[in-house]
Design a protein around this ligand. Structure first.
Ligand SMILES: Cc1cc2nc3c(=O)[nH]c(=O)nc-3n(C[C@H](O)[C@H](O)[C@H](O)COP(=O)(O)OP(=O)(O)OC[C@H]3O[C@@H](n4cnc5c(N)ncnc54)[C@H](O)[C@@H]3O)c2cc1C
Length: 566
């Protein structure tokens, strides 16, 4: 079977589905193909937050921002490692992307007024508002398609929560209890879904972004083929004119008049590529990315001469493996008081509360020094265990140790001991050093200082901490047994390395020349953020922005307005 469309998209995450909506709105005929039996990719596993500087929601919050400040901030972080035009395109046009998607799709985002950029020392930094929370969405609006959304998002509660709701619940005050009751009631009063044993139909975070995009494709009758991997690009006279798609065991040739967009995610789940490009030790199992992130788009682009960049980088985050082999990211929970991270030597090696990306960079640095930091351990005391969630494990006052599955302990995910020395012995780490590390940390923590790593000094550190803890919300001594250790891997949210692109998402070859007809967005493209992570939502924000810019470039005039046949 052969087919012809204007715009062929590989991948059904934030990047792919955004590009599909934009191209269709501009009058193109579009086909989206997805390798997996479920759509949504890593986007569906994510927090769904998008980092959109100078967004339209800021004025109502009294926050001033400008594309110039955004550019200064990005440039200050990324420097010359990424082409200036690409940095500028993001700073200036991310908000235009969101305006377009808000107008022409179900995408809906609200700024998070207290969610700060990650690096306050960089000019152009804002202490809130650029990171945006996707609005919840009811899966029922997807009808039969609700069955095919990637649904392995992991929550602490039976019901789903937005970032704002999560923040409010975490306050543990009267308003939190009221909100909890409201959300629980809403969950239970959906009696048909409860009787059918379905999960909460009101999805939030990444699944909400995916559901909103999927509904937008449905409204436009844009076909999305599941179980249909793109296998190979078709090149004629140096231009990409289509691709071969495997469908029901056959190779289908799709011609794409305006271009092919590769939005197949990164290569986090491809251990061979990780061995080739990343520093060791590596494992594809430590990544939080969806299984489809095997580098297909990068491989296809490279095979026709595309240049690669940032292949050694990832959107790093400590992760931990559940006994059932699922991998979860430890984004919140590592910055609460009464906890530290240690390597095999029983020493701290990082500011635990700093952005997740930097913690893993420090983990690898410690590993390089021969200190044994992969895995490392988040060590905390009984007061921490009682008060705070750690990853998916609820605070002990809600879920006592006896209520945890025994496999949590048996698998080595969580280790408990009455004393620090015994804990060290169980983990086979240096006991004397661990005791000394804790003693030193405790002395300073009581004073609210961390001269070794500066923990708790930045807005970021204090955001992910306990605001009621004094004198420093991120610091507190580990003094009450039993003590615990959570095993943490050198994980990631997906990789950053990929096809080099210009500011329109066009893929470049080794000489910097555009490969006509080929575009890339999201983690298939070399990150526009370079080897940095400017703020929460920088990956989805950039996936959507460059997907938007690619489609706009491929459809410079609105075909519908031109009266062309679609
Ligand atoms: C726990 C977690 C939390 C996160 N939270 C956030 C957050 O709040 N904000 C943020 O910005 N980022 C977050 N991230 C990172 C973010 O989710 C990803 O970087 C982003 O979603 C990637 O989008 P994408 O469109 O590039 O790829 P994906 O969403 O991964 O989509 C790619 C799709 O392509 C498919 N595919 C692969 N190969 C082929 C092929 N050959 N043919 C067809 N299809 C193919 C895949 O199966 C997949 O469905 C988080 C990640 C994790 C794991």
């Amino acid at each position: 079977m052969n087919m012809e469309v204007d715009w062929l998209v590989a991948g059904s995450g934030a990047g792919g589905m955004t590009a599909a909506v934009v191209a269709h709105e501009l009058g193109g005929s579009v086909l989206v193909v997805e390798k997996e039996p479920m759509y949504g990719g890593t986007t569906s596993k994510s927090g769904g937050v998008a980092w959109i500087p100078a967004n339209d929601g800021l004025a109502a919050l009294g926050i001033s921002d400008s594309t110039e400040e955004a550019y200064d901030y990005l440039k200050g972080l990324i420097g010359d490692t990424v082409g200036d035009a690409r940095i500028r395109a993001y700073a200036e046009r991310a908000r235009e992307m969101l305006q377009f998607m808000t107008q022409h799709s179900h995408i809906e985002y609200t700024p998070l007024p207290t969610y700060m950029d990650y690096y306050e020392h960089v000019p152009g930094y804002k202490d809130g508002g650029r990171s945006m929370d996707p609005s919840a969405f009811n899966l029922k609006r997807l009808q039969e398609e609700a069955k095919h959304i990637r649904d392995d998002h992991y929550g602490l509660m039976p019901f789903n929560i937005t970032v704002v709701e999560g923040r409010q619940l975490g306050e543990m005050n009267f308003k939190s209890y009221l909100l909890g009751i409201k959300l629980l009631l809403r969950f239970w009063l959906d009696i048909p879904s409860r009787l059918q044993g379905k999960s909460d139909q009101r999805v939030t975070l990444g699944p909400a972004v995916v559901a909103r995009l999927r509904r937008s494709l449905m409204d436009r009758d844009i076909p999305l083929w599941l179980d249909s991997p793109m296998r190979e690009l078709i090149v004629e006279d140096g231009r990409v004119v289509g691709a071969l798609i495997e469908r029901e065991g056959e190779l289908v040739k799709i011609r794409a008049r305006r271009g092919v967009l590769l939005a197949t995610g990164g290569f986090a789940r491809n251990v061979e590529m990780r061995r080739q490009y990343h520093q060791g030790p590596v494992s594809a199992d430590w990544s939080g990315a969806a299984p489809g992130a095997t580098g297909d788009g990068i491989r296809m682009g490279k095979s026709i001469g595309a240049a690669l960049d940032f292949m050694g980088s990832a959107w790093w985050s400590p992760t931990y493996r559940l006994p059932d082999n699922r991998t979860l990211a430890l984004i919140a929970g590592k910055g609460y008081p009464r906890s530290i991270m240690v390597n095999k030597q029983g020493r701290r090696f990082t500011n635990e509360a700093q952005p997740y990306e930097d913690v893993v960079k420090d983990q690898y640095a410690s590993e390089r020094r021969g200190e044994g930091a992969v895995p490392c351990y988040l060590v905390f005391d009984a007061v921490f265990r009682s008060k705070y969630p750690v990853g998916h494990i609820r605070p002990g006052k809600l879920e006592k140790d006896a209520m945890l599955a025994s496999s949590v302990f048996e698998s080595g995910l969580l280790t408990r001991a009455d004393t620090l020395a015994e804990l060290a012995q169980k983990l086979a780490i240096d006991a004397t050093q661990l005791e000394q590390t804790v003693e030193r940390f405790n002395d300073y923590a009581r004073k609210g200082e961390d001269p070794d790593f500066g923990r708790g000094e930045s807005e970021h550190d204090r955001y992910y901490a306990d605001k009621n803890a004094t004198p420093n919300p991120s610091l507190g001594p580990l003094e009450q047994g039993p003590f615990y250790a959570l095993r943490c891997e050198a994980g990631d949210l997906d990789t950053k390395g990929g096809l080099q692109c210009n500011e329109y998402g066009q893929v470049l070859d080794e000489s910097g020349t555009v490969i006509q007809g080929l575009f890339a967005a999201g983690n298939t493209s070399a990150a526009a953020m370079g080897d940095t992570y400017p703020g929460a939502g920088a990956t989805i924000g950039s996936a959507m922005t460059f997907a938007y810019l690619a489609a706009r470039f491929a459809f410079p005039q609105d075909l519908k307005k031109q009266g062309e046949q679609v």
